[in-house]
Design a protein around this ligand. Sequence first.
Ligand SMILES: [Zn+2]
Length: 146
Amino acid sequence: MVAINFSVFKDKVLSGKKRQTIRLCKCEYKVDSDSLKVTRLKKCRWHSLKKGDKLHLFWRQRRKDCEKLLEATCERVYSIHMGFKRDENEEYGTYWVKYQGKRLSDAAIGRLARRDGFKNSYELFRWFDAQYCLNKPKEFRVISWV
Ligand SMILES: [Zn+2]
């Protein structure tokens, strides 16, 4: 059993409108200073998760108003990278999402955002940038359930 905690979109989780969440990868890595080879020292919980695992979805876990929303089964879990890029002569920068090393189209990002409960990709990026600062690209795990 894996617990997933939510602090937004309670109604959408309950109604089944939201069946996906995007969580920051917290794996620990070591980089060899000579060969620059990257070794994973510790798998984060989102990397240990796999299809078929039982999920317990909680609202505001470890708080007074904590509530168990529902039990579900992990349907799919995969990695994406998110970041922000602004060139020196550019007035505005661009947020990007990569899946298997390739940039997603605006339409695909829009679908990803809506599956996650956001209205559009702008809302998604605003939220994740505020939480995790996307100036430095980061790996996330996309988890969906049934
Ligand atoms: Zn990880």
